[in-house]
Design a protein around this ligand. Structure first.
Ligand code: NAP
Ligand code: MG
Length: 497
């Protein structure tokens, strides 16, 4: 060994190893953005009669991505007319096996172009690429495949009844899962013989417009799917138009407005609204596994998830150990560039949503709960919020009652299973719940008592097109997914549409 080497060795031995992730950005080269996107009406892209356009941005950088048309009431009316015409002249009388053909084409195109869609979804919405790539897009394609399968079997789905379509569906979706929500809405509507006018959220219109291109390439008859972009007023115009059914996913507040608006009109309605799910950890739960479920439950998609496990209920004997483990785990979450394949928590979807999160978090501090945030460096531009925990939360705190729709977890404790049920159900919402325990009998006991549309046991945020999803109470009514997801788009009394 040379002198230099001998000298160098101790220095290397004493250096603390620094383990980090090298940047692993997904290329955006696969996405071809247009400067401007018109409305998708009657099979083609058209300029809005309103003459209005708005800019859609990347929430991680605040950079503009494209100009998008803002549909006014006249534009919405034209889209509904196109859908009506397509319904009456072509779609409703097409055999189910023919309708399925188009749905299978869309599904296959989504699979083939999955990377392009996933990158665009992350650019426009701020969600980590590993989620848009591994969850949003595969599930969206799976939804089209699943409902394509039902299209020619409706009479077997509802034996002894005569299912027939309803007509034109007006469908309004939020920004948290733009492509997946479009698939949840369009696939069952088309499979059952309805035509549709879809209104994506203002902040995330781009993947729906890419889907419009796929629909064109799949040669779906013009007018069967129409996509009208815009903000809340466009949605309100769609609700007031001559559609036969409104399918809405969004906030409870807007859901109530819609229900009032269409009361007495004879229009059919399904509402998929907000949530404040309890994720309940019993003392006998496998704690490390539960920690992963808790983290997934609230930090998946920055907590912009209607069924997020935003209230953690921990049985008292394991509270201290669970909190320590959870804090340690939060330190390892990678917050940042949504297009980096290592990113766990991406950008908040919009400035408005960031302000809403900040306001509720400030109320938590003010009402006396204790906040914990891991150290992490946030990018300078764009909309960001650190993963956040609150302990010392009481049931009356706003952070325990209101939907934050961000990466913020409110933690409460309980002693007995009865108390866990009582606390979990003490909410105006009832969309989902999670139970962590080793005991199978306890899982069933809890599932029977929890007033939630979905109860996950020893897992969280699992979705499958064959499994129905929907709420109780102020989380809405109607089910999406599964056989149950066909029903809101059908008349089952045999009456002609
Ligand atoms: P939101 O404000 O209710 O918006 C949902 C959709 O409705 C958007 O397309 C929105 O347009 C449109 N809209 C707004 N005002 C309207 C009006 N007066 N009439 C008709 N349409 C109107 O909800 P958000 O803040 O975007 O989304 C978050 C909420 O959705 C959360 O509460 C969450 O729990 C809920 N959500 C529920 C589910 C579920 O399946 N249960 C799934 C996802 C999200 P603009 O965005 O362009 O304003
Ligand atoms: Mg909104």
């Amino acid at each position: 060994m040379t002198d230099t080497a001998r000298k160098a060795t101790p220095a290397i031995e004493h250096r603390e190893p620094v383990w980090g992730y090298a940047p692993a950005p997904e290329s955006t080269g696969i996405v071809r953005l247009e400067d401007r996107y018109g409305l998708f009406v009657n099979g083609g892209f058209v300029e809005p009669k309103s003459g209005k356009w708005f800019t859609t941005i990347n929430p991680a950088t605040e950079e503009p991505l494209a100009e998008v048309a803002e549909a006014g009431p006249e534009d919405v009316g034209l889209a509904v007319d196109a859908a009506r015409d397509a319904y009456e002249r072509r779609w409703r009388s097409l055999p189910g096996s023919e309708r399925a053909k188009y749905l299978y084409r869309i599904a296959r195109q989504l699979q083939e172009r999955a990377r392009e869609f996933a990158v665009l979804e992350s650019m426009n919405g701020g969600k980590p690429i590993k989620e848009s790539r591994d969850i949003d897009l595969p599930l969206a394609a799976a939804h089209f495949f699943y409902y394509a399968g039902w299209a020619d079997k409706l009479e077997y789905a509802f034996p002894g009844r005569t299912p027939s379509p309803i007509g034109v569906a007006g469908q309004i979706i939020p920004w948290n899962f733009p492509m997946l929500m479009a698939a949840w809405k369009l696939a069952p509507a088309l499979a059952t013989g309805n035509t549709a006018v879809l209104k994506p959220a203002e902040t995330t219109p781009l993947t729906a417009l890419l889907l419009a291109q796929v629909i064109q390439e799949a040669e779906v008859p013009p007018g069967v799917v129409n996509i009208v972009t815009g903000a809340g007023e466009t949605g309100a115009a769609l609700v007031k138009s001559s559609v036969d059914k409104v399918a809405f996913t969004g906030s409870t507040e807007v859901g109530k407005i819609i229900r009032r608006t269409i009361a007495g009109s004879g229009k059919r309605l399904t509402l998929e609204l907000g949530g404040k799910a309890a994720n309940i950890v019993f003392e006998d739960a496998p704690l490390d596994q539960a920690i992963e479920g808790v983290v997934n439950g609230i930090f998946f998609n920055q907590g912009h998830v209607c069924c997020a496990g935003s209230r953690l209920l921990v049985q008292e004997p394991v509270f201290d150990v669970l909190i320590d483990k959870l804090k340690e785990r939060l330190q390892t979450l990678r917050v940042g560039d949504p297009l980096d394949k290592n990113t766990d928590v991406g950008a908040i979807n919009s400035r408005v949503q960031l302000q809403k999160i900040e306001e509720l978090v400030a109320s938590g501090i003010q009402e006396g709960a204790q906040m914990y945030q891991p150290e992490c460096v946030l990018p300078e531009r764009g909309f960001w919020f650190r993963p956040t925990l609150f302990t010392g939360v009481s049931q009356s705190h706003r952070i325990a009652r209101e939907e934050i729709f961000g990466p913020v977890l409110s933690i409460l404790t309980f002693r007995t299973p009865e108390e866990a049920v009582e606390k979990a159900n003490n909410s105006p919402y009832g969309l989902s719940a999670g139970v962590w325990t080793e005991k199978g009998s306890r899982i069933l006991w809890m599932a029977e008592r929890l007033r939630a549309g979905v109860v996950w046991a020893n897992t969280f945020n699992r979705f499958d097109p064959a499994s129905p999803f929907g709420g109780y109470k102020e989380s809405g009514f109607g089910r999406e997914g599964g056989l149950q997801g066909l029903e809101p788009y059908l008349r089952l009394d045999g009456g002609a549409a």
